[in-house]
Ligand binder design. Structure first.
Ligand code: ADP
Length: 316
């Protein structure tokens, strides 16, 4: 039975995602856009939307600013998704995806550079929200200006309050956490993110290599490690148990955000105290359902139960 406290999602560098559709993109001349979509973007917001569709109480936080920050909150209000962001004077960024000639060209703004005072202020804001939450999901890159060990501080606060914390980030922010004493409850790297961290390729003998790598001291103390493998499903370690998740092959529309949907499913499974197998099948089912939609962070909940029947979780 789900407790009534919400899951808190953290998006430190949200965006307004703009999708421009045009027949073909020509450089150094005027291009006429045939259609425009604008949505509130950022990995934590994708997690939030999927949790919301699963009817799990959710509270979205992070840092927003200016008119684009207001657009983000208006979009959340429109679907009655609760939020409590810290406002900065610097405007939230735009991220532009141009769909043209059967391709996608992306232009991503860096987003605001936060000050040291804002960095401290958000930590206070986050600490104040913790008593109201049962689990925290931190997703995505840090805003500019924040130290690379910023998530270490967030996780420390969760640990002090005994609140499980899921972390889905890459590169330096993740490395800092792995080398710290503040262990998240779960991390969800995809294979290329894991490869970058451990400086190893996983082309052959995948399962054997993953067992060896995840047993390294670098990952000690992290209860759950879920390595998502795109269309190949996932590989997971929960304490001393290893699992392979096999998924059905599906027709893919847009797999962007599938990792975020997976995190949402895993989080929802964890707060319901489901078995390892059920947590993993729920996470993967959400990832697959996201890949079957055009919109990022959208799942067809009607298809969830039948899809979970088709997912096989094998203990290794
Ligand atoms: P990320 O978005 O973080 O790179 P993945 O691409 O590994 O994460 O996707 C997360 C999960 O979503 C996968 O473990 C799988 O269950 C599902 N998924 C992703 N892409 C596909 C796909 N092309 N076909 C079927 N399922 C997919």
């Amino acid at each position: 039975m789900t407790k009534t406290k919400p899951i808190l999602t953290v998006t430190m560098n949200p965006s307004v995602d703009i999708v421009y559709q045009l027949d073909s993109l020509k450089l150094a001349t005027t291009n006429r856009v045939t259609s425009v979509y604008k949505t509130a973007g950022g990995k934590g917001l994708n997690v939030s939307r999927v949790l919301h569709q699963l009817s799990c109480p959710v509270l979205a936080t992070g840092i927003i600013g200016g008119n684009l920050g207001e657009f983000v909150t208006q979009q959340l209000d429109a679907i009655h998704l609760a939020h409590d962001f810290l406002s900065t004077t610097y405007p939230t960024r735009n991220c532009l995806a141009i769909l043209h000639d059967g391709k996608q060209t992306e232009l991503l703004e860096p987003g605001p550079t936060l000050t040291a005072a804002e960095s401290v202020h958000f930590i206070q804001h986050f600490a104040n929200l913790l008593p109201k939450t049962q689990l925290v999901c931190i997703s995505g890159s840090l805003a500019q200006g924040l130290p690379s060990d910023y998530y270490v501080k967030c996780i420390q606060l969760c640990r002090e309050k005994n609140i499980p914390c899921l972390l889905d980030c890459a590169n330096e922010a993740l490395v800092k956490v792995l080398h710290s004493a503040a262990k998240p409850t779960l991390i969800k790297p995809n294979l290329s993110e894991l490869s970058q961290i451990v400086h190893q390729s996983f082309s052959e003998d995948l399962e054997k290599k993953l067992i060896d790598v995840l047993a390294k001291p670098l990952f000690a103390g992290i209860e759950w490690i879920v390595v998502s493998l795109g269309s190949e499903g996932a590989f997971a370690k929960h304490n001393d148990h290893f699992y392979r998740v096999y998924i059905p092959s599906i027709e893919v529309r847009n797999p962007v955000g599938s990792g975020d949907a997976t995190v949402a499913g895993l989080a929802y499974g964890l707060v319901q105290n489901l078995s390892d197998e059920k947590i993993l099948s729920l996470g993967n089912a959400c990832g697959i359902l996201n890949a079957q939609e055009n919109e990022t962070g959208k799942i067809n909940v009607q298809k969830l139960a039948a899809l979970r029947e088709q997912i096989q979780v094998m203990k290794i």
